[in-house]
Structure formats: structure tokens, C-alpha cells
Design a protein around this ligand. Structure first.
Ligand SMILES: Cc1cc2nc3c(=O)[nH]c(=O)nc-3n(C[C@H](O)[C@H](O)[C@H](O)COP(=O)(O)OP(=O)(O)OC[C@H]3O[C@@H](n4cnc5c(N)ncnc54)[C@H](O)[C@@H]3O)c2cc1C
Length: 548
């Protein structure tokens, strides 16, 4: 299938949906196409809805400056001023846009939005009541006249001399090869949820949407863009075995966190590091206790947990015979992930969502705007839509060479072995092996020797990939995802080796450099594909302040 569009959006999750809708608002006659790996009604981090918009600066109550102060604490200073400032500044208008679409933000008797304290400073989290948020986004895309290509996975970007002009991929069900020429391209395809293995051992039992396997990071890296924050390997204490979120929903509503000895864990603010410490230091298991709360509070918590994010939780607790009125919720540490939304891993972008490659914009979890959550996905989705339209107006389509198309087609379809050679290793087994190695060597506690062990494995894994059994297009997509995961593994190792200090509590804890060293390391570790070596090149880049 050969396509031509003005704006191509890769990934139809939160950021991609906003980008496409806004691009159409800016220029209704522009062709806007979203290529989505899953199905747009349920794909991405919001499969259903969300219970909060985590960062909203309400005029007269909080300020973008206060948000920056808070975010600087959460990121230990590794934060460029302008993108985070712009996100905070535009957050209230995002809330108003969502309200206009029928999303409810509950208020108190004085008509004030219900807000909760989860940041070190300021109440920025506003409660949101939106079990159908993803369906609303899908409806708005349709109303705007955005074209959607579902179940289509982008496998490479079209790049010439540092300029991006579209992408290629294939349909996961039919195998149809897709080439799309675009005047402007927006990457909005999430972070890397499938990084280390969850303790449950299930490949897709991850906290974040498992369809995001670092595709965007790898696509941008291979095309020559700069990336950063890959040494920030984060995890969370969430519901054990099912990895569902609940901290913001329960603790902010009065739940207690207690350890194995029945002691209450004091949380200065909603600091996951304190809970992780308790788990690591052997005072586990730790639990969330709700039994002391009034009945209506427990019901409110149940309503959110059982409707908005993952309704499966209701069945999970029923099957375990646990009732929150007398039973405890056991917490466990999730797998480690790389993410621009919950962490600070991503493609280097400025406040206009421009990457270091011309014609390529990035928004949401795929971009490095630290801890931006859903607010960032929506705000930068909007900004990417606006700027991509402006860029597309002054750009022409570039003719795509037949040899580039044929090379990618051949590369992909040569991997297929429809006869199925049973002596080969299955995609699942191979992914398990790669991610188990990430769990062994790439995540904290880190040290030089462990990271070198990981490096020893990477070329071997790449070489062994020829022994993977790929019988259909679905397995072909899994094969491609393992390649993305391996790239993320390599980027994370290089970044972690470079940052010779510890930072972000547990998330980049090096036993050989256990101290945080602000004198030398208040910097970004930036990574770029080394065209000659084929390996990541690292540079240290100063933090951008308000004046830069
Ligand atoms: C369980 C959970 C709860 C959360 N709760 C909150 C909350 O209450 N408040 C808050 O502010 N934030 C919350 N967040 C964070 C927030 O949801 C995310 O930061 C945000 O949704 C990310 O949006 P995104 O568009 O970057 O990624 P996504 O919404 O994940 O979209 C990425 C899309 O790209 C597609 N894709 C991936 N690879 C490819 C490819 N190769 N080709 C084509 N398409 C591809 C995927 O299928 C997916 O649809 C939560 C996150 C999770 C996981």
C-alpha cells in the first residue's frame, strides 16, 4: 500500500490522538493519517480511562513556577526548563478542552476542582472521572476527519540527510506492506513497557501498555535522532501479581501503607522511593490498608479501581477472596520500564516538540519531558499537531526510492518462515531470554561489571535472532519488538555506564558510585547512533535553564 499524507502520526494513544485532532483543527484540508499498531478504541496507556490528570496548574491556585520547583525535586535537577514550563502553562486549557468533550472533573461544594497532593510541592493532581476517555478520543478523531490505519506497525522511518519524510511498516493481520510519504511526521508511540521481566514472569503482565516495546525510541535512534535519560530505569510498588496502579487512588484518599511488622510507613509525600526501600530492606511484604476508612471512601476507591483503568481488578480480588473492608492489598515491585511519562527517558525535544531531525516531531511518553504523564501527552500532542501543520505548509513530498522500499520489504518478509522450522526458538522464549538478561544486568543495583556483562550479551542476541521461529505476521511483529527492546537495552547500558554516580534514588543506583555527584553530573547523558561504529555515542549536555 503506497500512501501520501500531509501529516503522519505514528501511534494513536493519548498524544497521537491529540496531535491528529489538532492538526485537523489547524488545517481542515490537510490530510492527517494515524498509523496505529493496535486498535484505536482501546490502544495505548489509556485502554479505558484515567482517574486523574496528574499535572494541572489552576490559575490563582498554583503556578508553572511552583510546578517547576516541584519537578526539579522529583528529577534531582535533570530537567530542561522550557518544555516543562510550557506543559504546566498549557495544562489548564487542556483540562478545559477535555471538559468541552464531556470529561468530568469532580468539584466540591464551592465548585472547586478536587485536587490531591502527590508532588513534593503544590496540589497539581486533579481528579478526573472518565472511564470512557479512550472512546471519546476515538470519536473525536472520527469527527475531525482523521484517517486511521489500525493494526499497522511502523518498522522504520524514511530518512534522507537528517530529514524525515514518512515511514514504512506492515499490517499485523494481512501482512500488507505499507509505505507512507509524509510532509511532517509525529512520533507518538509511547515508551518501553516491555523492558525487564515482571516478577510474575508473564511477558505482557506489565504495568504499562505492553504494546509499547520501545518502538519509538528505536525508530528515532536508528534514523539518527538524539535521545536521553536511558539510565533512568524506573519501577513502582503496585498491586502484586497483577501490576495495576493504585497508589494515587488509595493513599491520597487516606489509605495506610504498612510493612510486614504491622508498622505504618510514613510518606513525606507520595514518594515511591520510601516504599521501595522498605521492600528492598526485607521489611516486606508491604500492604495498603483501607479497613480504617469510612464505607463511602472504600466504595469510592472501589469504583475507580474497578471501572476506570482495569476493570479486571474486580474479578482479581473476588477470586482471591479479598475484601478491602478487612483484607489487605499486597504490593510488589513492578518490572522496570523506560518512559518519558513516568520517568525521564525519551527522544530529545524542545518545547515545540521538535526533535533533532528535521520533519520529525515527538510527543508523549516517547519524548523526554520528565514525568509529564497524561498532561504532557495531551499538551505536547496539541503542540506537535500545531507545529507539524506549520512545517507541512512549507514542505514538499519527497520521492521515495524504490530500493529503500524493496530493502525494507525484503528485510521484513525474509524473516518469515511460514513452514515453521521447529528446531528454532520461539519468539516468546527469545523475548523471555532477552528480558531476563535485562533483569539480571541492566536494572539497579548497577555496576560497571554487570553493565559490561549486558554488553557481552547484546551482539550475541542480535546474532541469535536468525534462529527465531517466525511463522506469521503476528510473530513478525513480536520479532520486530524484540529488536526494539534490544536497542533500548543497549541504550540503557551505554547511558548507565556513562553516568558514574547514583541518582534518582533506586532508579540509577550504582554500587561502584553510590553517591549523587551534582558537581560533575548535573547533566543529560545524550545518545546518538554512531554511523561508523554502529554503537551508541554518548555526550554530556548541560541542563537548559530559564535563560537558555
Ligand atoms: C496504568 C496507567 C495509569 C496511568 N494513570 C495516569 C493518571 O491517572 N493520570 C495521568 O496524568 N497519567 C497517567 N498515566 C500516564 C499516561 O497515561 C501516559 O503518560 C500517556 O497516556 C502516554 O500517552 P502516549 O500517547 O505517549 O502513549 P500511549 O497512549 O501508550 O500511545 C502509544 C500508542 O502507540 C502505538 N504504537 C506503539 N508502537 C507502534 C508502532 N511501531 N507503530 C504504530 N503504532 C505504535 C501503541 O499501540 C499505542 O496506541 C498512567 C499510565 C498507565 C500505564
Amino acid at each position: 500500500m503506497n500512501l501520501e499524507t500531509d501529516i503522519l502520526v505514528i501511534g494513536g494513544g493519548s498524544a497521537g490522538s491529540l496531535a491528529a485532532i489538532v492538526a485537523k483543527e489547524q488545517n481542515p484540508v490537510a490530510n492527517v493519517l494515524v498509523i496505529e499498531k493496535g486498535e484505536i478504541h482501546r490502544s495505548g496507556s489509556i485502554a479505558m480511562g484515567m482517574d486523574a490528570l496528574n499535572i494541572v496548574v489552576q490559575p490563582g491556585i498554583t503556578t508553572p513556577e511552583l510546578y517547576i520547583n516541584s519537578a526539579l525535586i522529583a528529577t534531582d535537577g535533570i530537567l530542561d526548563y522550557k518544555p516543562s514550563f510550557v506543559m504546566a502553562e498549557r495544562s489548564y486549557s487542556i483540562l478545559k478542552r477535555l471538559e468541552g468533550w464531556g470529561i468530568r472533573f469532580p468539584t466540591d461544594e464551592q465548585d472547586k476542582y478536587l485536587s490531591l497532593q502527590v508532588h513534593a510541592k503544590g496540589k497539581f493532581l486533579l481528579e478526573m472521572d472518565s472511564p470512557d476517555l479512550k472512546l471519546v478520543l476515538a470519536e473525536k478523531l472520527k469527527e475531525a476527519g482523521v484517517k486511521i490505519l489500525n493494526r499497522t506497525m511502523v518498522t522504520s522511518l524514511l530518512e534522507t540527510n537528517g530529514k524525515i519524510h514518512g515511514a514504512m511498516g506492515f499490517n499485523l493481520r494481512t501482512g500488507e506492506f505499507v509505505v507512507c510519504s509524509a510532509k511532517a511526521t509525529i512520533l507518538a508511540n509511547g515508551g518501553c513497557a516491555r523492558f525487564s521481566l515482571p516478577n510474575s514472569g508473564y511477558l505482557y503482565g506489565t504495568f504499562d501498555y505492553p504494546g509499547n516495546a520501545g518502538d519509538g525510541y528505536s525508530l528515532a535512534y536508528r534514523a539518527g535522532a538524539q535521545l536521553t535519560g536511558f539510565e533512568y530505569t524506573s519501577c513502582s510498588p503496585l498491586i502484586k501479581d497483577i501490576n495495576c496502579p493504585l497508589l494515587y487512588i488509595t493513599i491520597t484518599r487516606g489509605a495506610k501503607v504498612i510493612n510486614a511488622f504491622g508498622e505504618e510507613i510514613e510518606l513525606e509525600y507520595l514518594s515511591t522511593q520510601t516504599m521501595l526501600k522498605e521492600l528492598r530492606e526485607g521489611r516486606d511484604p508491604i500492604f495498603i490498608q483501607l479497613s480504617h476508612l469510612p464505607e463511602e471512601r472504600i466504595q469510592e476507591i472501589e469504583r475507580i479501581l474497578f471501572t476506570t483503568e482495569r476493570p479486571i481488578q474486580k474479578r482479581f480480588w473476588e477470586n482471591r477472596g479479598i475484601n478491602f473492608r478487612d483484607g489487605l492489598i499486597e504490593l510488589g515491585i513492578t518490572e522496570y520500564q523506560l518512559c518519558g511519562g513516568h520517568g525521564l527517558t525519551g527522544i530529545v525535544v524542545n518545547e515545540k516538540t521538535e526533535t533533532t531531525l528535521e520533519g520529525l516531531f515527538a510527543a508523549g511518553d516517547v519524548a523526554c519531558v520528565p514525568l509529564q504523564h497524561l498532561t504532557g501527552a495531551f499538551v505536547f500532542g496539541e503542540i506537535a499537531g500545531e507545529n507539524a501543520v506549520a512545517y507541512a505548509r512549507k514542505t514538499q513530498h519527497k520521492k521515495i526510492s524504490e530500493s529503500v522500499i524493496n530493502d525494507e520489504k525484503q528485510r521484513l518478509f525474509n524473516i518469515l518462515d511460514e513452514e515453521g522450522n521447529n528446531s528454532k526458538i520461539t519468539v516468546r522464549e527469545f523475548e523471555y531470554k532477552v528480558r531476563r538478561t535485562i533483569s539480571d544486568y541492566v536494572v539497579p543495583p548497577k555496576n560497571e561489571r554487570k553493565l559490561q556483562q549486558a554488553l557481552w550479551w547484546i551482539p550475541r542476541f542480535r546474532n541469535e535472532m536468525k534462529n527465531i521461529q517466525v511463522r506469521d505476521y503476528h510473530e513478525l511483529s513480536r520479532f520486530e519488538e524484540i529488536k526494539f527492546i534490544l536497542d533500548c537495552m543497549e541504550l540503557s547500558v551505554y547511558a548507565a555506564l556513562e553516568r558514574k554516580e547514583s541518582r534518582w534514588g533506586w532508579f540509577h543506583y550504582r554500587t561502584d558510585y553510590p553517591q549523587q555527584d551534582d558537581d560533575n553530573w548535573l547533566k543529560h547523558v545524550v545518545l546518538e547512533y554512531g554511523k561508523k561504529s554502529g554503537e551508541p555515542q554518548t555526550t554530556l549536555v548541560p541542563i537548559k535553564t530559564k535563560e537558555d
